[in-house]
Write a new protein. Structure first.
Ligand SMILES: Cc1cc2nc3c(=O)[nH]c(=O)nc-3n(C[C@H](O)[C@H](O)[C@H](O)COP(=O)(O)OP(=O)(O)OC[C@H]3O[C@@H](n4cnc5c(N)ncnc54)[C@H](O)[C@@H]3O)c2cc1C
Lengths: 256, 392
């Protein structure tokens, strides 16, 4: 099986974030890491390859620093990497990101494309789904398990409230992978050394420019939530107070 | 209250590292966080070496990481140093185990061994299937190993070894011991021997009652008429400078390792000082004298990083001299021990409990200060270098 894994570099989970000067995004001088669901997607791809043979290719879009994500994936066992390298990919909307990926892989024949369920920075959960649409492939989201069948694959999807759905799908297909589906491996020191000799193809913005349009998303303002304190007394008979309180907790504060 | 390590970088030190170096460091850090941190306090209390980590560490490529071929990872010296930093951020005892396996056993086999010895031992040691120890120190000779009493005598096509070795890390768990002995038929020249620990006349007994490096095994070795075939002599070993070359490798790793221990103490003290409140409900970090301690520590850690990075780069270029490494080992272990003491102070009574790693690091670092050349011996090495006068 030939599998493509889309991976994103995101700010480290517990890194203290500072707003940039125009308050439109965070300052660049934070530590970055692999988006967590993407790490699980990569692990799943590597496991599928170990079972069924084939090739694992990783792709990312982002500035030079994003290459670290690809290096780590190659060190863990991916066979080669594709880097859409440009600052313009930072904050690009999901539709155009998917279009850029589709353009970058137009000469390849994958059986499966994995993405993480969503990215830990924007959290849209859209790139995988849109990419499937652009390619005209079926897709399934929130995947917990993948089994190869004679006709294609059988996947387990996580639904709400502890329910699961099993779906039989033909190949090729796009799957968005849930965190925790497997146990992540480490990049070994030998893996890191070997990664140096693995192919990494760079794709410039100009190479995919004709396939994408203007960024459809713009952040006007980011701010740190203001702490406010508001005390309200509910008066009346106890039964009525209780009823009002429940209403407020449910509808205004949404904690019930 | 457990405090999770957040990493230490004051002057964008990370920007001086390349992608691979950072990845190596982060990978080792994650491994230690997942596998060693949860068990280390228990190991330390029980005086137990976490043998269950040998195989996983081998799979990570930690053993012989800077050697090339024989299944080894071929890391640069800076990458190798960053690994030892992360290991010692976990525990100096576990780092000692890896240093001995890599720098004191695999390295001499790699540097002085025959091809056959390399093929026999290096891949098995890289995979953690065979463990090694390094026997140089004796009950009566520590800082002055040249006085050693252990002897080897050539009889037919065998050597017969007799002597006592003391303070030997991993002694009783080793499959192979690198024993340094004076060869009687060669004018008492010091040479290295590979001694399988199941040979007749070889005994290893653990030293008990250690209040330091409790998660690492330390033993005394006794060799009574131990016969080894002549093919067990390390053919390239030639005089006292051979074991000293091994020590150079290990000391270099220690100088990075000490940074790890210091980072662990500093980061713990910093986080604690922001949480702990005394007087007017203010965090103790708001007091000038606490800030002074924290400022001292981060400055010394940063200087130590720069020193190591430069020595590492020199080493990659084949230009690191033993007196460069002495400066890094001497300075960094001293500063780590000072950081442990200052951090302990900041934690008050909590500082002496093993809910926090500080007291363990402090006790460990007392050994690290002594082994691989004591603090004072490194002072004399630097003194000798700059004055041209030996003062040993
Ligand atoms: C936990 C642990 C693990 C160890 N593991 C190993 C191992 O795996 N293999 C191995 O071979 N050894 C090992 N050692 C031994 C270690 O290398 C020695 O302890 C060290 O070299 C010091 O020797 P010593 O203890 O005999 O002290 P000594 O040499 O007796 O020194 C005692 C004091 O005298 C000072 N001193 C000595 N000579 C001079 C001088 N000329 N001028 C000024 N001051 C001087 C020293 O600085 C020190 O302060 C280990 C030690 C420990 C504690």
């Amino acid at each position: 099986m030939k599998i493509l894994v889309c991976m994103k570099q995101v700010p480290q989970k517990d890194a203290p974030l500072k707003l940039n000067e125009t308050a439109t995004w965070i300052r660049e001088d934070v530590s970055y890491e692999v988006n967590e669901p993407d790490a699980y997607a990569l692990e799943e791809a590597l496991r599928q390859k170990e079972k069924h043979g084939g090739e694992v290719v990783v792709i990312t879009s982002g500035p030079a620093r994003a290459q670290q994500v690809l290096r780590e994936a190659l060190a863990k066992g991916a066979d080669r990497a594709i880097h859409l390298e440009d600052n313009a990919f930072v904050g690009l909307d999901a539709f155009n990101t998917a279009r850029a990926f589709a353009a970058a892989i137009k000469d390849e024949q994958f059986d499966l494309i994995f993405t993480g369920l969503q990215s830990d920075d924007y959290g849209y959960a859209q790139v995988g789904v849109i990419l499937a649409e652009l390619l005209g492939w079926p897709h399934a989201t929130i995947i917990m398990q993948i089994e190869k069948t004679d006709a294609g694959i059988k996947v387990k999807r996580e639904l709400e409230a502890g329910f699961f759905q099993f779906v039989d799908m033909p190949l090729p297909a796009v799957l968005t992978i849930q965190s925790g589906i497997n146990k992540l491996r480490y990049a070994t020191l030998i893996g890191i050394k070997n990664a140096k000799n693995k192919p990494l193809r760079k794709v410039a913005l100009a190479d995919v420019q004709s396939a994408i349009g203007n960024n459809l998303q713009m952040i006007e303002k980011l701010y740190i939530p203001q702490k406010t304190k508001n005390t309200e007394f509910i008066e009346g008979p106890p039964a009525e107070v209780a009823k009002k309180l429940v209403e407020k907790l449910r509808n205004e504060l949404r904690v019930l | 209250m457990a405090i999770k390590f957040k990493g230490v970088d004051y002057i964008e030190f990370d920007a001086m590292l390349n992608d691979d170096e950072r990845l190596v460091r982060d990978t080792a850090r994650k491994f230690i966080e997942d596998n060693l941190i949860p068990i280390i306090e228990e190991c330390n209390r029980a005086g137990r070496f976490p043998r269950e980590l040998v195989k996983p560490m081998a799979e990570m490529g930690f053993f012989g990481a800077s050697l090339k071929g024989y299944g080894c990872a071929g890391m640069s010296n800076v990458e190798y140093g960053l690994v030892t930093q992360e290991l010692e951020r976990g525990d100096s005892g576990v780092r000692s185990f890896v240093s001995v396996q890599s720098a004191l056993v695999m390295y001499p086999i790699y540097a002085f061994g025959s091809e056959e010895q390399k093929q026999t031992w290096l891949p098995a040691m890289q995979q953690g299937e065979k463990l090694g120890c390094f026997g140089l120190t004796e009950p009566d000779f520590g800082s002055n190993p040249g006085g050693m009493r252990t002897r080897a005598r050539k009889v037919g096509n065998e050597y017969v070894l007799n002597g006592e070795k003391m303070w030997i890390t991993s002694g009783s768990i080793a499959d192979i011991a690198v024993i340094w002995a004076k060869v009687e038929n060669e004018d008492n020249k010091v040479r290295g021997f590979l001694v399988e620990t199941d040979r007749k006349g070889f005994k290893a007994e653990d030293i008990h009652g250690k209040w330091s490096l409790r998660a690492s095994v330390t033993s005394g070795l006794s060799l009574q008429d131990v016969h080894v075939p002549e093919s067990n002599l390390l053919p390239g070993s030639n005089g006292l400078k051979s074991p000293l070359m091994c020590l150079n490798q290990a000391r270099y790793g220690i100088s990075w390792g000490a940074i790890g221990a210091a980072m662990s103490c500093y980061d713990c003290a910093l986080q604690y000082s922001l949480l702990r409140k005394q007087f007017r409900d203010q965090p103790i970090a708001s007091h000038q004298m606490v800030q002074e301690k924290l400022a001292w520590m981060i400055t010394e850690i940063t200087k130590a990083q720069l020193l190591c990075l430069q020595v590492g780069k020199l080493k990659d270029q084949g230009k690191a001299e033993h007196y460069h490494i002495s400066m890094a080992k001497r300075n960094n272990v001293w500063m780590a021990l000072e950081c442990a003491r200052l951090s302990r102070d900041i934690l008050g009574a909590n500082g002496v409990a093993d809910d926090y790693p500080i007291m363990r690091h402090m006790m460990n670092l007392e050994s690290v200060k002594t082994y691989e050349g004591t603090q004072d011996i490194h002072t004399l090495i630097i003194g000798s270098r700059i004055t041209g006068i030996d003062a040993f």
